[in-house]
Design a protein around this ligand. Structure first.
Ligand code: AMP
Length: 305
């Protein structure tokens, strides 16, 4: 598919049609997937290129839309069959996604191939896919400065050893509180964060939904509250929006130090706070750097005393 930028960040993950039910309504065939949410969130500051697979039901309008946001889709392969379809439901508290169905379709045979245009890119987001595939991506990249990895309970349950092997090789991991506890075997999140660092990554980001994010970097840690949204319509993609926003901030500043990491965390939290205000990627369609900047100014007033 189309090449329209020279990416400075590569994202490997799912591209999906989601069917979502929340107390605010029910929608089908929403453009989603970890690579879509994270690339749209990243595209505000960076030039992401995505690696993924779609089926022949993925009409050209979807790629045109991603390209219009300066997202390079030359790593997106179209094959015969249907695009990955995930069905999820949220209860009133919106804290947890209940999977209604997972139709892997073309995603079942996904083998990420990194094209020549992407191999030497310095920033990589390994979004939630099989850890064996995440490792194969690492092996194909030639010039990495910083790798962020995301995962889910499924891989901790069925491929823990493979997941630990790939975690050893990345700079940062982004997990939610349940995954952090499950992966480390430790209930206390401060101890869990430190145990996850001991597996290899110098940076561990633990997402706590509406309770914000705790980050562990070398010997330091930092706590960033979430922006208190008044209307959460669909929490899908919040984690991927956080990760995409976070890594785009690091890529833009081209360097990793504790101060930049703290600012990137707040940036990622703010992007995610917009995502959840509407179903699917609706809110990310028109979101600008200025909108996020204004929310950060408001947030600073809220937390300073
Ligand atoms: P999150 O940011 O965690 O809310 O991720 C939401 C996205 O994850 C949805 O758009 C789904 O399409 C995608 N997703 C759900 N299950 C899987 C899976 N098993 N593998 C990859 N992506 C998934």
């Amino acid at each position: 598919m189309v090449v329209n930028t020279n990416p400075n960040m590569v994202i490997v993950g799912s591209v999906a049609f989601d069917s979502i039910e929340t107390p605010h309504g029910k929608k089908d065939k929403l453009l989603g997937g970890s690579a879509v949410y994270s690339s749209l969130s990243a595209s505000i500051l960076a030039k992401p290129g995505i690696v993924g697979v779609v089926g022949d039901d993925f009409e050209s309008k979807y790629c045109d839309f991603l390209n219009s946001k300066n997202i390079d889709t030359s790593g997106l392969i179209k094959t015969e069959g249907n695009t990955f379809n995930w069905g999820g439901k949220y209860e009133e508290d919106m804290a947890q996604a209940y999977t209604l169905h997972t139709h892997l379709n073309v995603f079942e045979k996904f083998k990420p191939t990194i094209n020549e245009n992407y191999k030497a890119v310095n920033y990589l987001f390994l979004a939630n896919i099989d850890p064996v595939l995440q490792m194969s991506v690492l092996d194909q990249m030639t010039n990495l400065d910083f790798v962020l990895l995301d995962t889910m309970n499924l891989w901790i349950d069925i491929k823990k050893d493979e997941l630990i092997n790939v975690i050893k090789k990345v700079n940062a991991i982004s997990v939610n509180d349940t995954e952090a506890r499950q992966l480390s075997g430790e209930w206390n999140l401060i101890k869990a964060g430190r145990l996850l660092q001991n597996m290899g990554p110098e940076l561990v980001l633990i997402k706590k939904g509406e309770n914000g994010t705790i980050i562990f970097y070398k010997n330091d840690y930092f706590i960033a509250p979430a922006y208190p949204t008044t209307e959460t319509k669909d929490p899908t993609g919040a984690g991927d929006s956080f990760a995409g926003g976070f890594l785009s901030y690091i890529a833009k500043n081209d360097g990793v130090d504790f101060d930049t990491i703290k600012k990137a965390t707040v940036w990622g939290n703010m992007v995610a706070s917009f995502t959840v205000e509407e179903f699917g990627v609706e809110k990310l369609k028109e979101l600008t750097e200025d909108d996020i900047g204004k929310r950060i100014d408001e947030f600073k007033k809220m937390i300073s005393f």
